[in-house]
Design a protein around this ligand. Sequence first.
Ligand code: FES
Length: 80
Amino acid sequence: MTLFSDDRLARLPEHHLNSLQKNLCVCNEVPKINVVNAILEGATTVPKVKELTGASDGNGCCRLQIEFLIKYLCEEPVSS
Ligand code: FES
């Protein structure tokens, strides 16, 4: 899968950008890139990401990671 080009990707910590092809959801073998693309397409809640990707459809152990990605990609950065 190809990652969407989006300025919001710059908000992600580097270790996330370097591991996009790895599974975020191990239970359902959903790569992080699928989750990131779903969020960039407008899935701003865990249930919506789950609906689009299947991530978090196991025992929900990746839920916090999905919430983290939504926070980083969707919340406006705080200006100092
Ligand atoms: S790792 Fe996603 S539900 Fe378990």
